[in-house]
Design a protein around this ligand. Structure first.
Ligand code: ADP
Length: 525
């Protein structure tokens, strides 16, 4: 336990020191990128609005000057008395792109609307003849004597006008420095539309300079309240910035993840190496201490017996008991180490047979009894008259019981009581499901936090008696592995200061109450 708690602390500390700053940096990178993206967006929109204003004013000027120029020429032709054909020619020469020239004689004028545009009366109206859907826009024409002749103008083709005029606006009129974001390409984010007084869009030229996106509806006058609207839609610069920012965010996030991952795994590896080094040294020192203590006690007892420095025959027996007890302790330790090594290498062979657990437990308990009694433990054994058989390796199961007894003895302070019980767990029908063996003590207990980790190899809890009591941290890990190999498990109930109860749970053999089968060997995996 000492080691893994240390690792966790180191991992936590280095994690805080490296992974957290890495995560903060990645977060900062993403934040700054988003701020830059916002700035680019704002700049692009500002630019688009600037372009929009330019286009709007150019477009309006273009439309008005086109009408004015063409109509003025026609007016002059009329005043010169040149007749409708000359008027039409004048209109055509003036601004052919506005649409086909048209002349409405005075008797037809009543079907058209009259508007005042810049103090000039203008005639507007839908076309009664083909080309259908166009509207007429013209000026009142008088002859040299001042008599009204009719109206000269054009069947306006607004779509055509929008596209041809806008191209020239974009290509000729916009200042050069306005193209800094990619020339005409960047103006593809603008749309120019004609909006009626009801707010409905009547004509649209999107992506100026790209005629195919222009459209217009059949228009009908009067055109009071009509407006030209230029709007900025997402521009190439913004799209480019968006893609760049998305890529940058992804890139930074990936670097952050890789950095954090590398830091984490690097640290875990380092900590694992430190752990292994610590495990090695503490394991060697724990085991050598555990080996040395019984050997020293055996040597002392043997020397005393040899020199016959005994005050009474009982004392002789006491030394013999001590030799037997310490030899058993040695034997248990060596068994644990060897079995642990075999299990780790996958070479542990279990000899499975039908086992009467009562016998196994009773033997283990009896062999351990002297050690407990020497330490003045109150030892209670409560075994039922019979138990369903289990399938298992008797030696390995006995080793489990001995390890639990050893721990119960080691981790008890003043309340020296150990109780061993066995029972069958049955289902509702009374059929035995499992056989259990429990070893309970009233010792130091184990906190809920440590109750899982104590079954890991080499884990020893830092608190309690661990400094006074020697151990290699192998016992419970071994018991756990042996139980798993038997298809069983080990359960633990414990409260700090109250004591612990470890219970071995083994599946009961169903319907094998008769002759035990031949032993079978099985290699633990
Ligand atoms: P070891 O006893 O050699 O240290 P174990 O694997 O047998 O190793 O036990 C692991 C740890 O679990 C012990 O170091 C001890 O802290 C705790 N432990 C085991 N059994 C008991 C018990 N009966 N009461 C209190 N703590 C125990």
């Amino acid at each position: 336990m000492a080691i893994s708690r240390f690792s966790r602390r180191v991992l936590g500390m280095v994690g805080l020191g490296v992974a957290l700053p890495a995560a903060l940096l990645a977060g900062l990178g993403i934040y700054l990128t988003l701020r830059i993206s916002d700035a680019v967006h704002a700049q692009s929109l500002r630019y688009n609005l600037y372009i929009a204003e330019q286009v709007a004013s150019c477009f309006e000027q273009e439309l008005l000057s086109s009408l004015e120029h063409g109509l003025r020429t026609a007016d002059i032709a009329a005043r010169n008395g040149e007749g409708p054909a000359a008027i039409l020619k004048a209109l055509d020469d003036g601004r052919a792109e506005l649409g086909p020239p048209a002349f409405v004689p005075v008797e037809d004028l009543s079907t058209y609307d009259m508007l005042l545009v810049e103090h000039q009366p203008l005639v507007f109206g839908p076309s009664p003849d083909p080309p259908a859907g166009r509207w007429f826009a013209g000026l009142l024409l008088h002859d040299a004597d001042g008599r009204l002749l009719g109206s000269g103008g054009w069947w306006l083709d607004s779509g055509r006008f929008l596209t041809t005029r806008l191209r020239s606006v974009f290509e000729d009129r916009l200042p050069q420095d306005a193209r800094m974001y990619g020339g005409i390409e960047s103006t593809r984010g603008l749309s120019v539309s004609l909006v009626g007084p009801d707010g409905r869009q009547s004509a649209l030229s999107r992506d100026p300079g790209y005629d195919r996106t222009a459209y217009t509806e059949p228009l009908s006058g009067p055109f009071t309240g009509y407006a030209v609207r230029v709007a900025a839609i997402s521009s190439a610069a913004v799209v480019w910035a968006d893609r760049f920012v998305a890529f940058l965010v992804l890139f930074i996030a990936m670097i952050g993840v890789v950095l954090i991952g590398a830091t984490f795994f690097g640290l875990r590896y380092t900590v694992r190496q430190v752990e292994l080094a610590q495990i090695k040294s503490s394991f060697v020192s724990n085991v050598s201490h555990e080996l040395k203590t019984p050997i020293a006690l055996i040597r002392l007892a043997v020397e005393t017996l040899e020199l016959r420095r005994l005050s009474s025959p009982e004392e002789g027996e006491k030394f013999l008991r001590s030799i037997s007890r310490e030899a058993m302790r040695l034997n248990q330790l060596v068994d644990n180490i060897l079995d642990f090594a075999r299990l780790e290498a996958g070479k542990k062979v279990f000899r499975f047979a039908s086992v009467n657990l009562l016998e196994v437990v009773a033997d283990a308990v009896e062999s351990f009894r002297p050690r407990l009694e020497d330490q003045q433990f109150r030892f209670e054994v409560d075994l039922p008259a019979d138990l369903p058989p289990v399938r298992g390796d008797a030696t390995a199961l006995s080793q489990c019981v001995l390890n639990l007894l050893d721990n119960a003895m080691k981790y008890s302070r003043t309340r020296r009581e150990v109780r061993v019980t066995a029972a069958a767990r049955r289902d509702e029908t009374g059929t035995p499901q499992a056989v259990t063996v429990s070893v309970a003590d009233r010792g130091i207990g184990i906190s809920p936090r440590d109750q899982k980790s104590i079954f890991e190899k080499f884990v020893r809890i830092e608190t309690g008696l661990v400094h006074d009591v020697k151990g290699a941290g192998l016992g419970l890990s071994l018991v756990d592995q042996i139980m798993r190999a038997h298809g069983g498990r080990i359960e633990l109930k414990s409260a700090v200061g109250e004591g612990s109860t470890f219970t071995l749970v083994l599946p009961a053999v169903r319907g094998v109450e008769a002759a035990p089968p031949e032993p079978q060997e099985q290699v633990a995996s």
